[in-house]
Design a binder for this molecule. Structure first.
Ligand SMILES: Nc1nc2c(c(=O)[nH]1)N[C@H]1C(S)=C(S)[C@@H](COP(=O)(O)O)O[C@H]1N2
Ligand SMILES: [Mo]
Length: 224
């Protein structure tokens, strides 16, 4: 175990900074009638209005949040719909007959994306989160909704979730060998990197925290 009950190689930060591959780009505007685009191995692709989420039961999760670069925000309270509940209600009934889903590709309004294995995304603590600490998600943290998978590094916790693709095979690797994200990114296994042991890349990733935090805060929009 790492510092103070954190996963290996993680250090606690104060608060919950905006951080991401978006760097200093401001968060995307929330559409007037947001949808989740459902694509891939379904009988017919469709756009599901986010308003439909409110018909599903809500769940609260208290969890720490771990970025692969090495910072952790602790004791966050998320509220939303369990991804599994959403999957059973809206995706399972429309799967292409005979298709075996191995991964679910998720994408945000800003284009950030990642594919979780079906087992990881159906875990009992993975949410489509609507609220953070009792308030609607602000644009820094993923408005209108984001994926929250506390046992995986931040890069799988896709903000501004707007597209889901049901996949029958692992997606092709598009990153180069240096910054190669691990295909599962489980925090307790320290799966930081696709090719190198997590411990080895710690110092390099850690050196990215300050510049990325600085840039990300520059793009931050004051919350309403
Ligand atoms: N849409 C989107 N989601 C994203 C990112 C991003 O750039 N765009 N960055 C990821 C990374 S690397 C991290 S560490 C977390 C940071 O979440 P936060 O900004 O709410 O702290 O968001 C993740 N989800
Ligand atoms: Mo991250």
């Amino acid at each position: 175990m790492g510092q103070g009950g954190l996963p290996p190689g993680q250090r606690r930060v104060e608060g919950f900074p905006r951080f991401g591959t978006h760097l200093s780009k401001p968060p995307p505007a929330v559409p007037v009638d947001p949808v989740i685009e459902v694509r891939g191995a379904v009988t017919g692709e469709f756009d599901l209005p986010l308003a439909e989420l409110s018909a599903l039961p809500r769940k609260e999760i208290r969890a720490d949040f771990h970025c692969v670069a090495g910072w952790s925000a602790t004791d966050l309270l998320w509220e939303g719909v369990l991804f599994e509940t959403f999957y059973r209600a809206h995706l399972e009934p429309v799967l292409r007959p005979g298709a075996t889903i191995t991964h679910v590709g998720c994408r945000g309004l800003d284009g950030h994306e990642g594919a979780l294995t079906i087992g990881d995304i159906l875990a009992d603590d993975v949410l489509i989160a609507v609220n953070l600490n009792g308030r609607p998600l602000d644009s820094d943290h993923g408005a209108p909704v984001r994926l929250v998978s506390p046992r995986q590094y931040g890069y799988f916790n896709i903000k501004h979730l707007s597209r889901i693709e049901l996949l029958t095979a692992a997606p092709p690797i598009t990153e180069g060998p240096v910054i190669r994200s691990h295909p599962r990114g489980r925090v307790w296994e320290e799966e930081r990197h696709g090719l190198l042991p997590g411990r080895v890349v710690r110092p390099f990733y850690r050196s990215l925290i300050r510049p990325i935090r600085y840039l990300s805060s520059r793009g931050s929009r004051p919350s309403q």
